[in-house]
Design a protein around this ligand. Structure first.
Ligand SMILES: [Zn+2]
Length: 298
């Protein structure tokens, strides 16, 4: 059976499970700071495949690609900008191989690390980078482009438009928020959920949502805020396993698989349709989240 679109599946009433962290997992497999994690799709494809496969085995309905930092602007730090197409295409092919033809592949696009506001880069150059990345992900087999951890609206809009105009993929866009005054939420650039939601939908995003942040409880509140603005749009939530702290020099995430699973009912009630995890989450978290979502279906 061919895959339907993710949005159509959500609109038919199904709760979908996404994957968990990639960065945390790469670290466990020996990735060291200073190394380009995205380059692993070319240099250590078996390790990247093993991550994707673990999430699929844990019950993910969709799997991201190891390409969060693979925009030309970010790859430039590692003198790998000219390999952008190759890296993204390889990342999508690896996740497609793990996903088979029944599960979806989400081509991950993270922030470029440059700010239009500061004149770090022209909007033309930034848009061109997102275009190259999105096209390569699509060519490698991505069903959707997942633009994530966004904080600047202007950058997110360029990424959404680049993906919409240059690929046939569905487009997901999620922002990361912090708690601001009066209990509301703002991105690092100061944008409210009302502003980000309107901008992402105007630019053509098919699915919106939130990722990263302080953990499930915070993302439940953000989900409620977004749902007050738009009651119907498919909504994806990737929460961190809480806020990390250092224990004996090692980063530890406080929320266990059970802690996160216990909050799945509340997250669904708040209006989430697609649930996965961000930093610190593992296949164990995804397995527990999936089981909790199945119980909720009753
Ligand atoms: Zn995160």
């Amino acid at each position: 059976m061919p895959r339907t679109s993710i949005a159509a599946e959500v609109n038919s009433g199904r709760v979908l499970i996404s994957d968990g962290a990639w960065g945390t997992f790469l670290q466990k497999k020996g990735w060291a700071p200073g190394e380009c994690p995205d380059y692993w799709s070319l240099t250590r494809p078996d390790d990247v495949f093993a991550i994707a496969e673990d999430y699929i085995t844990a019950g993910s309905d969709m799997i991201e690609t190891n390409s969060f930092g693979a925009s030309p602007l970010k790859l430039r730090h590692f003198n790998l900008a000219e390999k952008c197409t190759q890296i993204n295409e390889a990342a999508a092919k690896i996740s497609r191989r793990a996903a088979g033809d029944k599960k979806w592949v989400l081509g991950s696009i993270g922030p470029s690390g440059k700010m239009l506001l500061l004149g770090d880069v022209s909007s033309k150059e930034m848009a061109e980078g997102f275009k190259i990345q999105a096209q390569a992900l699509a060519r490698g087999g991505a069903d959707a482009i997942c633009i994530e951890t966004m904080s600047a609206i202007d950058e997110a809009v360029l990424a959404i438009q680049a993906a919409k105009e240059n690929t046939g993929c569905e487009v997901i866009c999620t922002f990361t928020y912090q708690q601001a005054a009066h209990g509301t939420f703002r991105t690092m650039m100061g944008h409210s959920t009302a502003k980000t939601t309107a901008a992402a939908l105007d630019a053509g995003a098919d699915i919106i949502g939130t990722n990263c942040g302080y953990g499930m409880a915070q993302l439940i509140k953000i989900t409620r805020e977004i749902r007050q603005i738009d009651a119907a749009v498919p909504l994806l939530v990737h929460a961190n396993a809480g806020l990390p702290h250092l224990r004996d020099g090692v980063e530890v995430f406080p929320e266990t698989a059970e802690d996160m699973a216990d909050q799945v009912g509340e997250l669904l009630q708040a209006g989430a349709n697609i649930i996965g995890g961000c930093c610190g989450t593992t296949p164990e978290h995804i397995r527990a989240i999936k089981n909790a979502s199945l119980k909720q279906a009753w």
